[in-house]
Design a protein around this ligand. Structure first.
Ligand code: AMP
Ligand code: FE
Ligand code: FE
Ligand code: ZN
Length: 288
């Protein structure tokens, strides 16, 4: 497989917690020879139009995307929506709800930080043309000299269980899948081994999600071992799911996860993007 046949279907831009603009992600994709890229920001589709425009200029295929946190029973998960219409009114209204919840949750995190004696204010965060979350708070804590690294900010204050942590709202997986699907998109389970590295509970979870309209799972991911990859590939095949894959690129915010994956990672074949596009087209045919 040449680089021209590979894609990256999981990236974050400056509209959420990545450091590059959507246009810069596409430029980098072009530079490293990727054939296609999806911008999948947390809780927003605001970067899709810019990426699409730059993709048309540079000849890089851009798949629209979004990443939404959701829950089902005891599980929390991230769902990727591919091929969505970025301005779909119902999808936008769900995303607006999530954005408002983030603002409120950030306030709770700041209240906790203040309670711990740390003088920071939510108004010191960057102007919100995107989704502001814990990574931005971590950077602010560095600027203020409270911690030295992002890791330190998370481990001392912001990770779940740490003293400044506040829970975010979690929408039901059914609602996220429905919002993605009715917007013309396909819903995929992101980094399926994220909370379950031994994949002990993955099969029943995938079955339930599939019954709710899940179209696929993220098979290629930097932390997947060959063992995980083959287990997920078999499960996905058995359940009739599509596959996606990407690096979860965040730019300088996570330098250990480069666009297109690290040397030695399995490259993500272009064929996956083509199959997702095809799936979206079928999904949007009006039913009589
Ligand atoms: P939020 O959406 O505000 O809950 O923040 C979640 C983001 O924080 C995710 O994109 C993660 O990549 C990032 N994150 C979570 N834990 C860590 C950590 N220990 N170090 C750096 N980034 C993290
Ligand atoms: Fe992120
Ligand atoms: Fe994620
Ligand atoms: Zn992500």
């Amino acid at each position: 497989m040449t680089a021209m046949d590979t894609v990256d279907l999981h990236t974050h831009s400056s509209y959420s917690d990545g450091s590059l603009t959507p246009g810069q992600i596409v430029e980098l994709a072009k530079k490293i020879g990727l054939r296609g890229v999806a911008v999948t920001d947390h809780d927003t589709t605001a970067g899709v139009a810019e990426a699409t425009r730059r993709g048309e200029e540079l000849g890089v295929e851009v798949l629209s995307g979004v990443e939404i946190g959701a829950g089902l029973d005891d599980h929390t998960m991230h769902l990727l929506g591919y091929g969505i219409r970025p301005n779909d009114p119902k999808l936008l209204s769900l995303l607006r709800l999530l954005q408002e919840a983030r603002v409120e949750r950030n306030r709770r995190i700041f209240a906790r930080l203040n309670h711990l004696g740390i003088q920071v204010m939510a108004t010191e965060l960057p102007a919100a043309d995107g989704q502001i979350g814990r990574p931005h708070i971590a950077r602010l804590l560095i600027t203020k000299g409270v911690v030295r690294t992002i890791d330190q900010a998370f481990s001392r204050f912001l990770r779940r269980g740490a003293p400044a942590y506040a829970e975010n709202i979690r929408i039901p997986a059914a609602q996220a899948i429905e919002a993605i699907t009715q917007a013309g998109g396909l819903a995929f389970l992101a980094h399926p081994a994220g909370n379950d590295p031994k994949l002990q509970n993955i099969e029943p979870l995938l079955r339930k999600l599939k019954a709710l309209g899940l179209a696929g799972l993220e098979l290629y991911y930097p932390t997947h071992t060959p063992q995980m990859h083959s287990t997920l590939e078999r499960l996905g095949r058995d359940l009739g799911l599509l596959f996606s894959g990407g690096s979860d690129f965040h730019g300088a915010a996570k330098p250990h996860m480069p666009l297109g994956g690290r040397a030695g990672d399995r490259p993500v074949p272009f064929q996956l993007l083509a199959a997702i596009r095809e799936g979206c087209r079928i999904e949007t045919v009006p039913r009589h």
